[in-house]
Write a protein that binds this ligand. Sequence first.
Ligand code: NAG
Ligand code: NAG
Ligand code: NAG
Length: 419
Amino acid sequence: MFWKTSLVLLALSLATAGTGVDRKIGISIPLKPRAVLTKDDGTFDHERAAFETYRTEVKHRQNLINLERNVGRIAFSEGAQIKDFIPIPSFKLTKRQGVALTDQDDVEWTGPITIGSNAQKLTINFDTGSSDLWVPNAHDCYGCEGHNTYDSKTSKTSKSVNGTFTIFYGDGSTVSGPIFKDTVSIAGVKATNQTFSAVTELSQSFNGDPTDGILGLAYPSLSNLKASPYFQTAFAQKAIPKNVFAFKLATQGSELFLGGTNSKLFKGAIEQHPVKTGIGFWQIAKGSIHQGGKAVVSGFETIIDSGTTIMYGPPDQVKKFYDSVPGAELYDENNGFYSFPCKSIPKAGFSWGGKVWAVTPQNFNLGETTQGSGQCVGALSGTDLGLGNNVWLLGDSFMKNVYTVFSFANNTVGYAMLK
Ligand SMILES: *[C@@H]1O[C@H](CO)[C@@H](O)[C@H](O)[C@H]1NC(C)=O
Ligand SMILES: *[C@@H]1O[C@H](CO)[C@@H](O)[C@H](O)[C@H]1NC(C)=O
Ligand SMILES: *[C@@H]1O[C@H](CO)[C@@H](O)[C@H](O)[C@H]1NC(C)=O
């Protein structure tokens, strides 16, 4: 089934303080279904991919607005710019209401992230590419149908906060609403008085999205709410033993580990790279992309973003990559997608001066352009996201190949081999 096959389950674990051993609490929570850009018949889901790109652009445009306000343009990477307007894709996004969830899926969709004294359950997208928490509002929400919502009136620990949270979308719609403080709990890890928004407008680009809201795991300087993000609050309140979290993203057995790393999921050393601090993103320098064993573009920076499905690079640099792939050609100029012969999927990999971390052919290939065409679309798009003229954005298509460690303690991003 469409969603079921692409569902990423997120088992949330944490290391308990004081015991000296990592103890898995063993609560599984579902994350946004990923790799949904291939249809059941094996072809590329062009509409969905265009909307993913659109949402990625909107998210990072908002990040830059927040960063400019919180830190100033000094924090921008070279060439970064807040775009005036992001055109919505010309595709019509069809709702996927036809997809019936079985009982088993229902269980999986029940997320143990809870908010409030009465533990209201919501399903959350854990996003290393932003820093705020927002969920749909139970009252007067436009566009929240089909989502779990937060009801401030029934939680005894809910407090109103002055102001409004707003993310602008290119079609004039927003994700916006009032701000609250309440207890936010993930697998028993509580952040008390956590600031978040319960939005009363949900842009139509969230139609059919099985997650209710987003929980940002980047640095506070990207925060629209100017608030301590969930992880920072929970760490400051000593609910998390180490200022580190790690992800395994895969078709099965995916896990976010709060407070350290889960040695059961990776082997070998963790290769660590310093984050450029002060700019808010999990951004690391000295990146290069390899194709067929050779570096084809070098010296760029990369943002590691679990909330983005595919990978993006500046159009001229991504063109260089595909120029090295026999038979590759531009497929969709508007969204920067390229195609290549399905029988020779590029052997892509990224390096930051150490090992080359390969992107497997399954993770690189988004499917055939049309059935029988023999040309497949790559999970690397040449799109200017406004993040800088030498900045790449690596989402799930990259993260699925490695164990990724995010350390606020050392300000590093680390990679290890998956077991
Ligand atoms: C909230 O907003 C009101 C009206 O603008 C203002 O009077 C009040 O001081 C604000 N409260 C806080 C805590 O900022
Ligand atoms: C949360 O806020 C309430 C008052 O608004 C305060 O009494 C309580 O100490 C706060 N809790 C923490 C952990 O900061
Ligand atoms: C921080 O860096 C030190 C020295 O490289 C290392 O021993 C430690 O494991 C790192 N800690 C975290 C939490 O990443």
